[in-house]
Design a protein around this ligand. Structure first.
Ligand SMILES: [Zn+2]
Length: 227
């Protein structure tokens, strides 16, 4: 026997078809490329596992990709991402190294990625809170403000809530009797409960008459000119 010498062309083609199906060397090379394609840390880490598992499945009947090769492929991507320094060091510790399968790797780095994202998110929130704080502090050094539909509002015991950051309980220029400099929007200390209208805005609202409660609330003093 000399290899395929005694086989007919049909037999050879049948053999090739049985062995490789419609998958040729080019497909397999391309499959490896997909498996090793750059994974970005902005993608879910599942994308990385899937691109490797898909490649393994694709090649399984033709030129199987071993677990070890899959692990190496994933490691290269994780190293290149620059995001998993600590987890990669842990991964190389002898205790884990002894049982380094692709499944172990998936568990180890999925947990690491989850923690990485948790920290990123809480950091992001931290920055957002700081930004809001900084803005508030600039608007009003004293914590006298309330908030109306996202517009900063400032509270004065004698005159109520308004958009003027220079008019608070502490800075009021025309306090009335009983004025409390320490009152704030969330602790009014019995102060005025009105919200300033825009300059020139006509009041239409009238407090409904309540027969059983006549004059048990003091009318707030008139609003002085607001800057
Ligand atoms: Zn005032």
């Amino acid at each position: 026997m000399y290899g395929y010498a005694q086989l007919t062309v049909i037999q050879v083609l049948t053999h090739l078809d049985t062995t490789y199906g419609t998958v040729d060397a080019f497909d397999l090379a391309h499959n490896l490329k997909r498996m090793n394609a750059t994974w970005s840390p902005s993608q879910p880490i599942e994308d990385l596992w899937n691109q490797i598992k898909d490649a393994q499945k694709f090649a399984a009947d033709h030129d199987p990709i071993t677990d070890q090769y899959a692990v190496r492929s994933a490691l290269e991507n994780l190293e290149n991402s620059g995001m998993f320094t600590d987890s990669l060091r842990d991964w190389r510790k002898p205790t884990i190294a002894a049982q380094q399968s692709f499944a172990t790797m998936e568990t180890h780095f999925t947990a690491a990625d989850k923690e990485r994202r948790r920290i990123l998110t809480s950091k992001g929130m931290g920055y957002a809170n700081k930004a809001t704080e900084a803005k508030s502090n600039k608007d009003s050094p004293a914590s006298t403000k309330g908030d109306k539909n996202g517009v900063p509002m400032y509270y004065c015991w004698s005159h109520g809530l308004g958009p003027n950051g220079n008019h608070t309980s502490a800075s009021c220029s025309k306090p009335v009797t009983g004025h409390r400099k320490d009152s704030t929007a969330d602790n009014m200390l019995g102060g005025c409960c009105q919200i300033h209208r825009k300059a020139g805005e006509r009041a239409i609202y009238r407090r409904p008459q309540r027969p059983n409660r006549d004059n048990d609330e003091n009318q707030p003093p008139a609003d002085p000119a607001q800057g």
